[in-house]
Structures are given as structure tokens and as C-alpha cells.
Ligand binder design. Structure first.
Ligand code: ATP
Length: 208
């Protein structure tokens, strides 16, 4: 299937972002079709997290342009977003949307997939930073959302964990999903396209 015939999951047109008196980027256009894996790159402070939050509909601060999202999305920010007093099982049973995941076997499968077998019932504040990140990433095994917006998913994850995470993301793409992610690390999978905010800034003049 060509890009033209694959369903569009998200379309963003003429995006501009000003933050703290600075124009970070402008005239940025981005389309994520089914099967697209887009890696947002850029130096610290170029606006990757801000852009991802805009695409997720979580922020409109300093933003101009249009975002049309045609699919259910899963957004995972760069913080762990786990409730520290709850266990991994309890955290995964609750979704930010308010939805409850009642399938206990699916939760345990997700926890095993991120190598947290044996930690299901410990409070998350007794887990390491990387393990808390894994609790959050286990949502990638539970969500049915076609579009994933992932902010620095590799942060604090060990080498083996990154390999498994990339395999899960490749599976999602093969199933017709779409991914827009930020990372300062290389994404070592075929077919990943890059969008550089450094270029978006330099072409259009970051300073206002
Ligand atoms: N709430 C805020 N108020 C004012 N400025 C902000 C706010 N949040 C972020 N910024 C500024 O917006 C710019 C972009 O921040 P953002 O976190 O989107 O960058 P980033 O490319 O994700 O950076 P990094 O690679 O360091 O994570 C930065 O210069 C930052 O100082």
C-alpha cells in the first residue's frame, strides 16, 4: 500500500510554536499515516516535547496551526506517570482516560513483556527508575490505540529493554499502527522517517 492509500491517523499543518518569547519553529507540516514510524529529532529545547503535547491535544500554549487527529491515540510522556503508592498491577488497571482495564491476565502479560515479572504487587515507589518507566511502557502491550505518541521512551531503559521496546513498536507498525516519537538515541529500525526540529528552526529562523 502506498502512503497515499494508507489511512491518515494524524495530520498537522503549518504548526508554529513560541515559548518564553522565542519562536521555536514555524511552518511545520507533518502527516502520520497507518504504518508510519516518525522520529522527531532536535537539540535540547527545540520543542520536541511541546510538539508532541500539542499533537496529543494536551497543550495549546504558544501554538498556531491545525492538528487533525483521526484515530484514538496513546500518549506516553517522558515522566514515568505511575502512582507511587500503587503497585504495577494497580497502575495498569487504571487508564488516564478513566477507563479500567479489567483483564488481569492481559496486565500480567504486559508486565512480563517488560520484564517486571515478580514485581507486580510491590508499591511502585520501591522500584528503580527504569522499572517505573517499564510500568508505564507496559501500556504499549495493553492499548488498542492505533496512534502512539511517545516522548523519550528509551530513557532509563537498559539495552535489552530498548531492543524489546523496538520490537514491540515494529509489531505495532506491521499491524497498521502509527508512531510519532522523540528520542536523543538512534532508532535502529528500518523504515523510520525523521523530522528534525533543528531544521524546522533554522530554515524559518528560531529567533523572534
Ligand atoms: N511551561 C513552559 N513555559 C515556558 N517555556 C517553556 C515551558 N515548557 C517548555 N518551555 C520552553 O520551551 C522550549 C522547548 O521545550 P521542550 O521541552 O519542548 O524541548 P525539547 O526539545 O523536548 O527538549 P529536551 O530535548 O531537552 O527534552 C524550551 O526552551 C523550554 O525552556
Amino acid at each position: 500500500m502506498t502512503a497515499a492509500t494508507r489511512p491518515v491517523l494524524l495530520e498537522a499543518r503549518d504548526l508554529g510554536l513560541a515559548r518564553g518569547g522565542r519562536q521555536l519553529f514555524e511552518s511545520l507540516t507533518l502527516t502520520c499515516n497507518s504504518g508510519d514510524w516518525i522520529h522527531l529529532q532536535g537539540a535540547n529545547g527545540t520543542g520536541k516535547t511541546s510538539l508532541l503535547r500539542i499533537l496529543a491535544g494536551l497543550s495549546r500554549l504558544g501554538f498556531e496551526g491545525e492538528v487533525s487527529c483521526m484515530a484514538e491515540l496513546l500518549y506516553l510522556g517522558h515522566h514515568s506517570a505511575v502512582k507511587p503508592l500503587l503497585t504495577p498491577r494497580e497502575n495498569l488497571a487504571m487508564h488516564l482516560s478513566g477507563a479500567i482495564q479489567r483483564d488481569a491476565a492481559a496486565i500480567d502479560h504486559a508486565l512480563a513483556a517488560v520484564d517486571l515479572y515478580g514485581y507486580e504487587n510491590r508499591p511502585c515507589n520501591s522500584l528503580s527508575a527504569g522499572q517505573q518507566r517499564r510500568v508505564n511502557l507496559a501500556r504499549l502491550y495493553l492499548s488498542e490505540a492505533p496512534l502512539w505518541l511517545l516522548d523519550e521512551p528509551y530513557t532509563a531503559i537498559d539495552v535489552g529493554g530498548v531492543q524489546r521496546l523496538e520490537a514491540r513498536m515494529a509489531e505495532h507498525i506491521a499491524d497498521g499502527g502509527g508512531i510519532i516519537m522523540t528520542s536523543h538515541q538512534r532508532v535502529s529500525q528500518p523504515g523510520v522517517s525523521t523530522v528534525s526540529l533543528d531544521e524546522a528552526a533554522s530554515q524559518h529562523g528560531a529567533e523572534s
